[in-house]
Design a protein around this ligand. Structure first.
Ligand SMILES: NC(=O)c1ccc[n+]([C@@H]2O[C@H](COP(=O)([O-])OP(=O)(O)OC[C@H]3O[C@@H](n4cnc5c(N)ncnc54)[C@H](OP(=O)(O)O)[C@@H]3O)[C@@H](O)[C@H]2O)c1
Length: 231
């Protein structure tokens, strides 16, 4: 079985590389700026916001059983998520869309043929519950929320198209909960300790979920417990 972990050096990505390697998958993974510190897996340097970089990645990969996109940003060294619309910044908004939405579209475009199979395959994008329009009761974080809402719409749309073209492929947006990684680090003091989980815990939860999901579960936003969330 072949798995591609996109963003394999991130907090969640690293844990997934380790888990899928431990359970016997052939692991392919990408890194961006920081080279991997593990010898597990076959690694490719890839900027997933750049289509040429994804084309080269696709050309180098074999057929795939599972693709998991773990790339994303919530804050940068210059910007934090907006509390109000008055903090809205055009460049930060574009950076959110470019990193949180665009890569999944490019990956779907260039890995479609890799996922065609007679058995069930999985195309998973790490999303976030804050991207759910129906679940938005607090406001704030408008660029991140909008980029994940656009990601969710992308997943739903790809799932509908692939029902005919890749009928065995299960396409889902996945909400990991709050995981102890650099992405969540600035916000962790506000999180009750029982709600903050380690990446290894999450990797195991996602692996268990994929073992349960059928191709007919395609086109959903699903959390770490396997609960379907409203779009
Ligand atoms: N952690 C949480 O609590 C949480 C909650 C909800 C959703 N999520 C989602 O889960 C996903 C993974 O988050 P995480 O917590 O593991 O974050 P993380 O530890 O910050 O990892 C994010 C990874 O994305 C990579 N990346 C950023 N821009 C890239 C680009 N242009 N090309 C390739 N890679 C790029 C980063 O690599 P470089 O540093 O080298 O750029 C980094 O390895 C994200 O989509 C996030 O929105 C996380």
């Amino acid at each position: 079985m072949n798995v591609l972990i996109v963003g394999g050096v991130g907090g969640i990505g690293q844990a997934l590389v380790t888990l899928f390697n431990d359970v016997g998958y052939n692991v392919f993974a990408t890194y961006h700026r920081t080279p991997p510190s593990t010898s597990n897996g076959v690694w490719f340097k890839c900027d997933v916001t750049d289509e040429d970089s994804i084309v080269k990645l696709a050309e180098a990969l074999p057929s795939l059983d599972v693709v998991i996109n773990c790339v994303g940003i919530l804050h940068t060294c210059n910007a934090i998520p907006e509390k109000t619309i008055q903090s809205f910044d055009v460049d930060f908004f574009k950076h959110n869309i470019e990193t949180n939405t665009l890569p999944t579209l490019l990956l779907a475009k260039h890995l479609q043929t890799h996922l065609k199979s007679k058995h069930t395959t999985y195309f998973v994008a790490l999303s976030a519950k804050v991207g759910s329009i129906e679940d938005n009761h607090l406001g704030g974080w408008i660029s991140y929320r909008a980029s994940k809402a656009a990601l969710n719409m992308s997943i739903k749309t790809i799932a509908i198209e692939w029902r005919a073209k890749l009928p065995r492929c299960c396409v889902i947006a996945f909400h990991p909960g709050t995981i102890d990684t650099p992405l969540s680090a600035p916000f962790q003091p506000r999180i009750p300790s029982h709600q903050l989980h380690q990446p290894e815990w999450l990797a195991s939860k996602l692996h268990q979920l994929l073992n349960k999901l059928e191709h007919s579960d395609t086109g959903q936003l699903i959390d770490y417990n396997g609960t379907k969330l409203p779009w």
